[in-house]
Design a protein around this ligand. Sequence first.
Ligand SMILES: [Zn+2]
Length: 347
Amino acid sequence: MIPSPVSFPLAATMSTPHEVLLCDTVQTLANAIERLRGVTSIGMDCEGQNLGITGGSLSILALRPIGKDETTYLFDFLYFSDAELRPLFDILEDEAILKLVWDGRQDFSELIHGHNVELRNVLDLQLADIISRIMRGLGHVDRMKRLKGCGCPAWAIKNPSVQRLGWLKGAVDEHSVLPGPMTKEKADHDKWLLRPLSPTQIEYAARDVLFIDLLYRHFIAHNYIDMQTLPALSMEYVTARRERRAGATETHGLLPICFLENRSGKNGEFTKCYACWRYLPKRAFMDDQWDTAVRMPGAGGRCISCFARARCNAFMKRAHCRYEKRQKDKGETEEKKQKQERDGLPK
Ligand SMILES: [Zn+2]
């Protein structure tokens, strides 16, 4: 018998129930698959450690059927073999079922490299969010505001091609899709491979896929999604790491806006960036990088966003070092103060 779904606090702010079913036994897995039969579009999100990058591992895959029932299914990958998960993988590989994701790049990479599963028919709402900025008339000032603080160098901020990708919870706020305030619990990402999962982790995993559902409905209502072009672009976006997992420093949150252009019939006017593996037009590159990318494919030639990404990573690394030094200094000061108090010396 299928256990009763669990309700979470977020339900209080929702007009529809928010029920979560954790599938961690053969029986709950079979029942969930049965209930998912016949869905045509489904929200999807993964949780795990270092997802999609070197050394990554998948912990929970969340699915939420759109418009069928109001349950979110959490599949616990630590309790099943890939053979037992095959019926679930059939859903992920089914061309007839639209998978809605938010930044599916790491999910695709983890599934194909970790489980030999090829995610098909994907719509990435992170791209729809970028398109919505253009449709909402958000221009240069908004773009600069988003890029500020991520360490992006000034020359890249000035280049209109460079966009900062949004994060899921930021988009939920920006598009005001929640009728009430968002619950603030954070999951500890270092603990996704430990069991049992805490209620906070379960809620966290279920909440992201609920947000995907809400954003999808909002984006459809506002015509931000062009079903003629976005599914193909999304597939190109998420499959960039089909050949191998990216290294930890190879991922980044910048997108050359020209990636969203229609490139059909324009062979030769686009070339592949060595670092992000995207096909981009000439204006997404500095001149010398374009020449290298065209003349020696695979040997070098990075787009402007990837050049800026290297600077962002260095900036974040320096910021992290400064933070660690401050923490260390703080600890030493505190230790000194306690010693003075113990010794009865003046401060
Ligand atoms: Zn690039």
